[in-house]
Design a protein around this ligand. Structure first.
Ligand code: NAP
Length: 246
């Protein structure tokens, strides 16, 4: 959240933080969201998840005005994405598509395998890759022969949350590998930790045509796309044409 607020301001926008205590009631939280919905000075609303267990996350997300839903989690935006209508798209998978476009000249017809089927990464990633004319397979914890499936991928997206699960010998030579995972593991120095992805980077980099590092790679793109979504929402609110390169 700190990074998001800092970069929002650095990009020339205003950032308002509403820090509610963990004991906040559902009614208080919904009231805050509805107040922001009505505020014309606010173009984007982000409720930082996960919420404490006594709060109903779905109801809170559904309370956000879909036009201000810069995380792209509201069912209206999820539905619009799936039918190819203009939507606010979840930031992490959208950022992944920008990285893939840099590395892959023409994704048409390529086999994309996504490991992970969460609502915030795996599923929207699949919709976006379908829209890029990829042939898409979604894998998850019940998938059989995951290494064999991953080896068929021209584009492999790992969004699992398991440190370095994807090994070098799971990668098709030349494949584009996008590592969404952020996992904290013990560092060599006692008492310290470090971040690793879902892909064993050094092994995979020997085989892949392109690969994103962790940290770096997908993480910074998520915040960039949050800012992008806010600009899109502000343009739509004011009836301004959205620049084609946004
Ligand atoms: P999630 O909701 O926990 O979903 C994880 C997915 O991985 C599930 O679909 C699960 O399958 C699947 N999975 C778990 N173990 C597996 C295994 N052994 N083999 C195959 N699939 C397995 O996680 P998420 O929110 O999508 O996040 C995934 C990772 O991305 C996390 O490390 C998270 O921190 C990171 N992340 C990074 C960013 C960023 O900005 N870079 C943003 C969001 C998330 P089932 O559905 O069958 O349980």
């Amino acid at each position: 959240m700190r990074n998001k607020a800092r970069q929002t301001v650095a990009a020339g926008m205003r950032s308002f933080e509403h820090l509610l205590p963990a004991s906040t009631s559902q009614a208080e939280l919904l009231d805050t969201v509805r107040r922001l919905n009505r505020d014309p000075a606010v173009h984007g609303i982000l409720v930082q998840l996960p919420l404490p267990s006594h709060l109903a996350e779905d109801e809170v997300i559904e309370a956000i005005d879909p036009a201000k839903d810069v995380d792209g989690f509201h069912p209206i935006n999820v539905g619009r994405l799936s039918i190819g209508a203009p939507a606010l798209v979840p930031c992490t998978p959208y950022g992944c598509t920008l990285l893939i476009r840099e590395a892959v000249a023409d994704p048409t017809g390529l086999h994309a395998v996504i490991v992970g089927r969460s609502n915030i990464v795996g599923k929207p990633m699949a919709q976006l890759l379908l829209a890029m004319n990829c042939t898409v397979t979604i894998a998850h914890s019940r998938t059989r022969d995951l290494p064999g499936l991953a080896r068929q991928a021209d584009i492999l997206v790992a969004a699992v949350g398991r440190p370095e699960m994807v090994r070098g010998d799971w990668i098709k030579p030349g494949a584009c590998v996008i590592d969404v995972g952020i996992n904290r593991v013990p560092a060599a120095e006692p008492g310290k930790t470090r971040l690793v992805g879902d892909v064993a980077f050094a092994e995979a980099a020997e085989v892949a045509g392109a690969i994103t590092p962790v940290p770096g790679g997908v993480g910074p793109m998520t915040i960039a796309c949050l800012l992008r979504n806010t600009v899109v929402a502000a343009c739509r609110a004011r009836g301004i044409d959205i620049p084609a390169d946004l």
